[in-house]
Design a binder for this molecule. Structure first.
Ligand code: FES
Ligand code: FES
Length: 166
């Protein structure tokens, strides 16, 4: 059975007829051609498929596409560009927090959600937020350092306009 899905993806409104049992992950990858979110375990264990649904990190493998109807989805493709990487993307590169990169989109989108809620997270906050994101390559030290570094950059960027206008 199919149904109409109207969803905003990375700021652009989209409407498609989709099977009611289609996962959000497969909608993004196969229909939208947004392949940043990865299919790892397909059962909610690895976090490689995480995207933002109205700003909250969700496992897109366990979310039906129709659950996004009327909502906003943000994927790693909507975060930055080659010309202007997001501070989290820059920090992951600076701290060598990327090796194969399979886990990285999910890690970064989880971190975006965390920093949206907690701009100055403790290391425990970061470890807790990333507990559902598995990495087989890098080791978590570099990833945690990258998130802390990006948090500091984002706090600084948020302060600068206030200081200029003061
Ligand atoms: S593919 Fe979704 S949690 Fe692993
Ligand atoms: S960099 Fe390879 S799984 Fe994390």
């Amino acid at each position: 059975m199919k149904t109409t899905l109207t969803v905003t993806v990375n700021g652009a409104p989209e409407t498609f007829e989709v099977p009611t049992n289609l996962s959000l992950l497969h909608f993004l990858r196969d229909t939208m051609n947004l392949t940043g979110a990865k299919e790892g375990c397909n059962e909610g264990e690895c976090g490689s498929c995480i995207v933002l649904l109205d700003g909250k990190a969700v496992n897109s493998c366990l979310t039906l596409a129709v659950e996004a109807n009327g909502h906003e989805v943000r994927t790693i493709e909507g975060l930055g560009s080659h010309a202007g990487l997001h501070p989290l993307q820059k920090a992951f590169l600076t701290h060598t927090a990327v090796q194969c990169g399979f886990c990285t989109p999910g890690m970064i989108m989880t971190a975006v959600a965390l920093l949206g809620e907690k701009p100055d997270p403790t290391e425990d906050d970061i470890r807790y937020a990333l507990a559902g994101n598995l990495c087989r390559c890098t080791g978590y030290r570099q990833i945690i350092d990258a998130v802390r570094d990006a948090a500091a950059t984002l706090r600084h960027e948020a302060r600068v306009p206030e200081e200029v206008s003061a």
